[in-house]
Design a protein around this ligand. Structure first.
Ligand code: SF4
Length: 499
């Protein structure tokens, strides 16, 4: 069977909307899948080695981390002013700027643009902000073909699978399985040479990419002082060069003050994501290409997406927005390495997503429909970009009904994520705070609430622990809970020391 490289409404793609919503079920499935866990262990181990090697010839990691943290925090502190400056500079260079308060507004803008220009084929690069707005499904519904340029995205599309990593969405796929997939769908001979597999995809995508009229991608960072859009994804290059219209989608936090900041962030991202000293390709877009240019988009649009981020800032979770999506925290997380990103949410996930996903509204339709309280929904619909509202800290969010509320508990709080994070986000601290907010919002289910009360009772007095163990095992609430030691640690210590 030959595969049509584009996505159409008649094909059963975008299974992201059909994933079962139950987090615990996804975790159980992942833990029961030995092949998945072996692949995760091998792939994340390789990425960890690459990251460590990537910093071997750089300035000390801690120095870079401190500098990056300071710059990202400064950008967040001045976010409203920087965004206004970015908009003014970008407009002055001929960029159309659209403020999207939520994912639906961003989708509507891009769809209206595509319809106005009679676009039938869109090239979509790998970008978290673009995936967040659910553009693929919206374009497919509008009978517009979508060409996925990233090899990992392409594999997932062929397989009807969902992403598991921010940089390497098909991280959980073994090359043996990929080559079988390609043989089955693309009618090409099997090979285990990774470069040959990548070339197959490039060959398949080249012509439709060149024929497309519109491309959509993300930005690594946008520079406020110059209006420059920095793109650091290799698959952006051909798409941006060849399509007459390009739309860049960025979250409101993806702004930095000065052009020179890129000299810190681009290598830092590349080293953290894959151990390279610089990204393979860097594009600095400074407005549409002139009419006589050999390539480049004649129309350039920038969608600045809020989609709940202003709420995150006001709720005091802004630190999570300093993330540069390098994936390093995923590679070291002992939970992620066992269950993979697909278990976190239908859109993928990892340590930092355990903070943001329960707070942001950009969840797959089936998981969000009817789950958020009216007040919270209204607040998000009223949300203005932070540039227009300021970011005053305010009390914790009302989270009842957040469909991914269990995520903050999917952590051992070991701190490995913070240690490798190039911008030094204190993920464990944010997770602990979010756990508290979830409990205060009554987000814990009946079972968890009862278990917590029992646990408190059982651990307050050493004599209670064996009773609690018997109770929970006989009620089959925690059948695998190991037998508690017959003596307390202090009793054993005294006994051994003869005290
Ligand atoms: S939280 Fe830090 S380590 Fe994790 S993806 Fe974001 S920047 Fe990378």
């Amino acid at each position: 069977m030959r595969f049509d490289v584009t996505c159409s409404p008649s094909s059963p793609e975008f299974p992201i909307y059909a994933m079962p919503p139950n987090f615990y079920r996804r975790v159980a499935d992942a833990l029961a899948d030995d092949a998945l866990r072996a692949t995760l262990t091998r792939s994340t181990g390789l990425l960890r080695q690459q990251q460590a090697a990537g910093f071997a010839d750089s300035a000390p990691f801690e120095e870079l981390q401190a500098a990056a943290r300071a710059l990202r925090q400064d950008a967040l502190d001045r976010l409203p002013a920087l965004l206004v400056q970015l908009e003014a500079q970008a407009r002055a260079r001929g960029v159309e700027v659209f403020w999207a308060p939520d994912a639906a507004a961003a989708r509507r803008y891009i769809l209206a643009l595509a319809e106005a220009r009679r676009v039938r084929q869109v090239v979509r690069s790998h970008a978290a902000a673009v995936e967040e707005i659910g553009l693929d499904a919206a374009l497919a519904d509008a009978h517009i073909n979508v060409i996925l340029t990233q090899v990992g995205d392409y594999i997932l599309h062929l397989a009807g699978d969902t992403p598991s990593h921010p940089v390497h969405p098909a991280l959980h796929w073994r090359k043996e399985a990929v080559t079988q997939l390609f043989e089955q769908h693309l009618d090409v001979p099997q090979t285990l040479d990774i470069q040959s597999l990548a070339n197959v995809v490039r060959f398949k995508l080249r012509r439709p990419t060149l024929e497309a009229a519109l491309s959509v991608g993300g930005v690594a960072l946008a520079v406020a002082e110059t209006g420059t859009l920095a793109l650091a994804s290799g698959d952006d290059r051909l798409a941006v060069a060849s399509t007459p219209i390009h739309v860049a989608v960025m979250g409101i936090e993806q702004v930095t003050a000065a052009l020179e900041d890129l000299a810190l962030f681009l290598p830092l991202y590349a080293r953290s994501a894959g151990g390279q000293s610089m990204p393979d390709h860097v594009l600095l877009l400074e407005g549409p290409a002139p009419a006589d240019a050999a390539d480049g988009p004649r129309e350039l649009h920038l969608v600045i997406l809020d989609n709940g981020r202003s709420d995150l800032l006001r709720w005091g979770y802004g630190e999570a927005l300093t993330c540069i999506h390098c994936g390093a925290c995923h590679n070291v997380c002992p939970v992620y390495r066992e269950i993979g990103g697909q278990a976190y949410s239908p859109r993928g996930g990892g340590p930092i997503d355990s903070v943001t996903l329960p707070l942001l509204p950009s969840l797959p339709v089936q998981e969000t429909a009817g789950r958020w309280p009216t007040a919270a929904r209204d607040r998000r619909q009223d949300a203005q970009p932070a540039a227009q509202t300021g970011a005053e800290p305010r009390p914790a969010p009302a989270l009842r009904g957040a469909p991914l509320a269990p995520l903050p508990h999917a952590s051992t709080l070991c701190g490995a994520c913070s240690a490798v994070c190039p911008v030094g986000i204190d993920i464990p601290r944010l997770l602990i705070r979010l756990r508290g907010d979830l409990a205060a919002a009554g987000e814990l289910g009946k079972r968890e609430r009862m278990l917590r009360r029992l646990y408190r009772w059982g651990t307050q007095d050493a004599a209670n622990l064996p009773r609690l163990h018997r109770l929970l095992r006989s009620a089959r609430l925690l059948p695998d809970w190991p037998q508690p030691a017959s003596q307390t640690f202090h009793a054993r210590w005294r006994e051994r020391r003869g005290l």
